[in-house]
Ligand binder design. Structure first.
Ligand SMILES: Cc1cc2nc3c(=O)[nH]c(=O)nc-3n(C[C@H](O)[C@H](O)[C@H](O)COP(=O)(O)O)c2cc1C
Length: 196
């Protein structure tokens, strides 16, 4: 196993109707992984349970995306995000993840849950990979990790501001959400104006 985070550049994939599932505690330690998670990442259950979820972190993922993920779920909200993950042997696979907090009956967050589906290839190729490449370059431009992440977050914010949308909305409008009937704030506004 390549513990050093080395990568092969080989992309692996899964079925359109399949879902890769994992659950974590409040700190992001894996508490559950389904069969597909283990099969695609190339780990046994014993190798992942109790490990930090960053076990499958791919070095090409911008840190600012995970920062946004954690900010969102720790305040009790869900997030949709495109993520590239690293298999144990250094191969990689792209997912479209829906990460949600789990609550107890008193409304406190007790853990997190991620369901991942196969993303559309064209969305990764045309929108996400180029964006993440820019964010990662911004992060790597700084010797200080925190400063780099702030620079990349600022870049992400400005890219989104140019489009007048939030990250989640940006992700949704790329295709998947739209097919499920999701509308952007702008489209809702147009509908409101038309209805008035
Ligand atoms: C439910 C859940 C699922 C996650 N899934 C992934 C994942 O598939 N890949 C990944 O790299 N990080 C995932 N993360 C984020 C990791 O916890 C971690 O923040 C990330 O790998 C970056 O590592 P770092 O925080 O050590 O920099 C997940 C977190 C949660 C709470």
């Amino acid at each position: 196993m390549a513990k050093d985070g080395s990568i092969t550049g080989v992309e692996v994939s899964f079925g359109q109707d399949e879902i890769i599932v994992s659950k974590t505690d409040l700190k992001g330690t894996i508490t559950y992984a389904n069969r597909l998670f283990l099969d695609i990442a190339g780990y046994t259950e014993a190798e992942v349970i109790g490990q930090p979820h960053s076990l499958i972190r791919h070095p090409h993922m911008p840190r600012c995306i995970f920062q946004l993920l954690w900010e969102t779920i720790s305040r009790g909200e869900e997030i949709f995000a495109y993520v590239v993950n690293r298999c144990k042997n250094g191969d990689h696979y792209w997912v479209y993840a829906h990460v949600t907090p789990s609550f107890d009956s008193a409304g406190s967050i007790i853990g997190y849950h991620s369901n991942r589906r196969l993303p559309e290839q064209a969305i990764i190729r045309d929108s996400i990979a180029p964006l993440y490449e820019k964010l990662r370059a911004a992060e790597e431009n700084h010797s200080n990790r925190k400063e780099g992440m702030h620079a990349a977050s600022a870049m992400l914010t400005s890219v989104l501001a140019e489009q007048g949308i939030e990250y989640d909305e940006f992700v949704m409008t790329l295709g998947q959400g739209r097919r499920r009937g999701y509308r952007t704030a702008q489209e809702n506004e147009i509908r409101r104006v038309e209805a008035a």
